[in-house]
Structures are given as structure tokens and as C-alpha cells.
Design a protein around this ligand. Structure first.
Ligand SMILES: [Zn+2]
Length: 305
């Protein structure tokens, strides 16, 4: 039991792993695959291109030209993996290249679909990434905040100050909040990002501490130490010694979402698993946790990096 109690619990699942072809094609099948479908003129003029950075071979799969990483390996079947970099193919040493090509044609539809999905996901992430400069906008407690570079200001100890700008204020649109950073107008985007994130992390520590102190007595638990995490796949964790880790980027979300994660981790100090008793404990202090949990699952950490 002790071992179980000392376990650190994850809040959420890891992000999608690279896609692996559902059923590896047995390398022993000698018959060639079907011919690639006819390519229309429009497609021939603008073929989709997918290139793995370590590509050594190329193939036409339907309308798509796919350059892939090819390695020989000690294995019995030909394996396909579509990851962030593109398509990787691993084949037994004794399989002829034409059989590799045949296997690729047989799995062509699956491979191209996965390559498309991976590229789309990547583009979605890129387009939502913040450009850190004067005028950049990020969310703080669920509300947009605009970054303004203001070298005249000296913010003792904090490096930044948030002001509520009224309808006539410098911030522009009515009531929008402004984070003033004591940086020169020509500061690099890395400097702006670092200053804004340092400010956000200080706010995170202040807000999380306040919410831990709010919920701990209501749950009848004591927390010992707060660590801010930057983990890729989890929002928070709790350990049996009362240590709580919370992802600092939670400060981007509305307070009820933060409260759910805080209450979730504190509830683990009473129930260390995700049993019905655990969820009843969470519900006792956050009655609408279902909805908040769903909302958090839909958020992408990468949006704010
Ligand atoms: Zn949990």
C-alpha cells in the first residue's frame, strides 16, 4: 500500500503517439501490390509532397510523392510508422526492395491519410503560436491580455505590471488588460516571451498557493510544498508527502478550471487513485468538475508556447 501511496499520479493521458500501421504486412508475401491509381492532371501539376528529414527512398502513393526513411532491421515483417518527421519504413534484411514497394502500395491509403493528419495537426499548432512582441495577446485567467513594451517603467521586483485600460486607455479596445514590460521597443521575441512568462509564473505561484489554501481545509488535507511544472503531458500531480506539482500554464485558464486541477490534486492526498471515492471527493468541493475536466482536455498546451 505504501508503494501505491507514494506513486505520483498523472492527471491526463500522454499526447498521441506516432501512428503505427494497424497490421504489418507479412514480408513473405511474394505477389506485387496493386498499381497506383491514375494521377489526374491537376494532381500531377501539384502533387502533395511529404519528405522525412532522413529520407533515402521515394515513392508515389496515389497522388502523393513520399520520401521516407528506410532502414533494414532484425525483424520479420515490414513496419510503417508515421511520426512528426514523416514516414519511416523498417524491413527485414532479406526482403527485396520491390517487395517493400509493393507493401507500401498496399498500405498507401493509410499512410497518406496519416501523413495528411500529422501535417494538419502541425499546421494548426504553428498558426496558433504566439508571436512575442509589442501587441502580442495571451490569455490570463481566461481573459486576453495585451503585451506593451515600455522601457520607461521600472517594475521593482516584478518586471511587469498589469493595468486595466479603460475604453479611452492606451490598451485600445474597451476594458482590455495590458501587461507592461520594462523592455526596449526593439527587444527580441525571446526577450519578450521570457519577460511575459516570468511574470506569468509569478502569478501562477501566487494564485495556486491561494487556491491550495482555499481547498485544503475544505478537503481536510495538508499540502507541504508547491512546485511549478512545465511537463509536456500533465497538468498536475500529487505525492503522498503532500507535495503538489501544477503546470504553470494553468494560469492561462479561467479560475474554475484552475480550481478543478487544484482540487483534483489535493483530493489525491485523501484518495491516491481514480476510484469512485476519489471523484466523490473532488465533487464535494467542485460540483461541476465533469464539465471543467472536459474543457481542460480540449486545451492544447502547445497553443501558448
Ligand atoms: Zn489524478
Amino acid at each position: 500500500m505504501r508503494g501505491l501511496l507514494q506513486m505520483t499520479l498523472d492527471l491526463f493521458d500522454a499526447p498521441a503517439a506516432p501512428s503505427v500501421a494497424p497490421a504489418p504486412v507479412p514480408a513473405t508475401e511474394p505477389e506485387p501490390g496493386p498499381a497506383a491509381p491514375a494521377v489526374s492532371l491537376a494532381d500531377a501539376l501539384a502533387p502533395a509532397n511529404f519528405t522525412h528529414p532522413r529520407a533515402t527512398r521515394e515513392v508515389m502513393l496515389g497522388h502523393a510523392r513520399v520520401a521516407y526513411e528506410f532502414t533494414r532491421a532484425q525483424r520479420r515483417t515490414i513496419g510503417f510508422v508515421v511520426g512528426a518527421e514523416g514516414l519511416s519504413v523498417r524491413a527485414p534484411r532479406w526482403v527485396a526492395l520491390r517487395d517493400v514497394d509493393a507493401a507500401l502500395q498496399e498500405k498507401a491509403e493509410w499512410i497518406v491519410r496519416k501523413l495528411d493528419e500529422t501535417r494538419e495537426r502541425h499546421q494548426r499548432m504553428e498558426s496558433s503560436r504566439i508571436e512575442w512582441r509589442d501587441g502580442a495577446v495571451f490569455n490570463f485567467l481566461g481573459e486576453p491580455v495585451t503585451v506593451r513594451l515600455d522601457p520607461r517603467h521600472a517594475f521593482a521586483g516584478s518586471g511587469g505590471a498589469i493595468l486595466d485600460a479603460g475604453p479611452m486607455g492606451e490598451g485600445g479596445a474597451g476594458g482590455q488588460r495590458v501587461l507592461r514590460l520594462a523592455l526596449a521597443g526593439n527587444a527580441s521575441s525571446a526577450q519578450v516571451r521570457d519577460a511575459a512568462q516570468a511574470w506569468l509564473m509569478r502569478q501562477a505561484r501566487r494564485i495556486f498557493t491561494e487556491r491550495l489554501d482555499h481547498f485544503a481545509p475544505r478537503l481536510g488535507v495538508r499540502w507541504s510544498k508547491l512546485s511549478l511544472s512545465n511537463a509536456a503531458t500533465r497538468w498536475g500531480s500529487a505525492s503522498a508527502d503532500g507535495g503538489i506539482r501544477l503546470h504553470w500554464r494553468l494560469v492561462h485558464f479561467r479560475l474554475p478550471v484552475i480550481d478543478y486541477v487544484v482540487a483534483h490534486e489535493l483530493s489525491h492526498l485523501r484518495v491516491m487513485d481514480h476510484s469512485p471515492r476519489f471523484w466523490e471527493t473532488v465533487e464535494s468541493v467542485v460540483p461541476d468538475y465533469h464539465q471543467l475536466r472536459r474543457q481542460l482536455k480540449e486545451e492544447q498546451l502547445s497553443r501558448w508556447s
